[in-house]
Design a protein around this ligand. Sequence first.
Ligand code: AHR
Length: 674
Amino acid sequence: MSEKMGFWKASCSVLLVCFFVGLCSLYQCSAAEADANQTENLIVNASSGRPIPETLFGIFFEEINHAGAGGIWAELVSNRGFEAGGQNTPSNIAPWSVIGDQSSLTVSTDRSSCFDRNKVALRMHVLCDSEGNNICPAGGVGIYNPGFWGMNIEQGKTYKVVIYVRSPGSINVSVSLTSSDGSQILATANIVDSDVSNWTKKEVLLEAKGTNPKSRLQLTTSRKGVIWFDQVSAMPLDTYKGHGFQKELIEMLEDIKPQFIRFPGGCFVEGEWLRNAFRWKESIGPWEERPGHFGDVWMYWTDDGLGYFEFLQLSEDLGARPIWVFNNGISHRDEVDTTTVSPFVQEAIDGLEFARGASDSKWGSVRAAMGHPEPFDLKYVAVGNEDCRKKNYRGNYLEFYDAIKRAYPDIKIISNCDGSSHSLDHPADYYDFHIYTSASHLFSMTHQFDHTPRSGPKAFVSEYAVTGKDAGTGSLLAALAEAGFLIGLEKNSDIVEMASYAPLFVNANDRRWNPDAIVFNSSMHYGTPSYWVQKFFRESSGATLLDARLQTNSSSLVASAITWTSSVDGETYLKIKVVNFGNRQVSLKVSVDGLGLNSLLSGSTKTVLTSSNVMDENSFTDPNKVAPDLSLLENADRDMNIMLSPYSLTSLELLTESNNIRMPQTNSSARPSI
Ligand code: AHR
């Protein structure tokens, strides 16, 4: 080969390489553009569908993170009976503290209470007086309770304070709501009595003249003598339906229309040790008589004002089915042998009688005496929590199962053993399924139940959430993964009949578990993005699931469609939800087939949950940073193009109508809101 030829050959090769490289990069470039602008298709067939169970989406309330005591239960006093320090006296009275020094008073505990199940009372020996040589400081001496990291006292609101008191002499005690250092008095009243030689119940109503979210309750006196106090309670008069629940927090629940409430745990039901597990019998009856207990899993004391009765009442007030989780003789660290579990079985049977028995039955009469003669609608129970692998679980479970089915054949029983991958070796109506995992894993679990056997018990996904670094204390990323998972549950709702996010609440002062759906402190609250996702699904229970098919190569998209009839306006809506779990904007062509010939879509809306950064979270200072954004869907039609933001959940709510054409601007009042 000549040099010349060699040169040309070499040059040609270079040129060819350049040509192909150029072609390739051109191709890659246009491919990338096509990818960015590619239109995906979603085809919804609105002509037929199948019913989603009425029960599908509910809530799981656990006494964790001070969700109940210092949370939804409106009691402001923490350790109201002085029992938190234990039954041996003298004991720690925290968080109560003393006003005055040792020259003016001494405070201790003894076991002189009039209440048999909680004998500890506080003894206050006042050494100073209003006259003589040991004059009390201005304002007197005494004790104060800061509640749960401060009491939220609001101007114009009235608070009922109840105190049990005893003294050999006459008393003059000021009951005050004050700022955290006592300098600002928000409300005060005096309890004056010349004879409280026997334990006496005193009640005062305090109307607040100011607002302070970090207030405290003070009991002070300037009279020398000895006074015992016990069972000190302060409650706002204005509670949810007058039943003792903190209004604003329960309204957050009302807003997501839960179909059931699983309660009271979780690990709270099990206890680290059985001796510290929640026992329903200790949580009923007059609040003054409840002993309270130390929950040794989440490591805090509860006075148990929020007890079994109150959970049943809350379920009724929210129109949600109660699901009672009871201890099955198993805790994290100890177990009752099946041969000796029958007293535990009896305890559960008694609990069912308490909820459902006639008002003249042994336990039904206790419920009636608490103000609820009619039975509660309790139809679901779970035998323990996360105990499937424990040695005695199966044996104990069967004892409970047989006894409950004998006494209450209609009650549905939930097993702790996961029946999604293999059949259970024991009878059950439902099996529990819990999942806490990364965002990408939970999103991929949209298909988790696609191949689960359709025979056998139904699935109850009673705890799910993204946890760990993907979730932080409540990120958009976590919420979107959960939305993807929930779309999978909707599609598999022939086998998955119930699902609830966990945990529901966190008092920001006691974050035992992250993330949670609703964050609060004494005066503020907000929903995390996971909470807002729940709201997108609130119409699904009892709705009709339509066939919704995505034509896409992307694994970042999932979608579902339902129709439902609004109880507010009686209109029928078509709701399409799409999660874009990818970092690119997606153009989605939505086609709705199968609406009657005259049907049109108008008055329709689009709601989007997204944010500029997928790790964005809400906070007290920016509570709506990641919140649903509702707008009119101007181009609503049977065929329409929708732009899906990167990392977003989009819901289209399409008002279907068969007669008149209504423009999107009209009928706005009847539109569903998010
Ligand atoms: O939801 C928090 C805890 O997670 C629950 O107590 C328990 O059931 C699970 O392990």
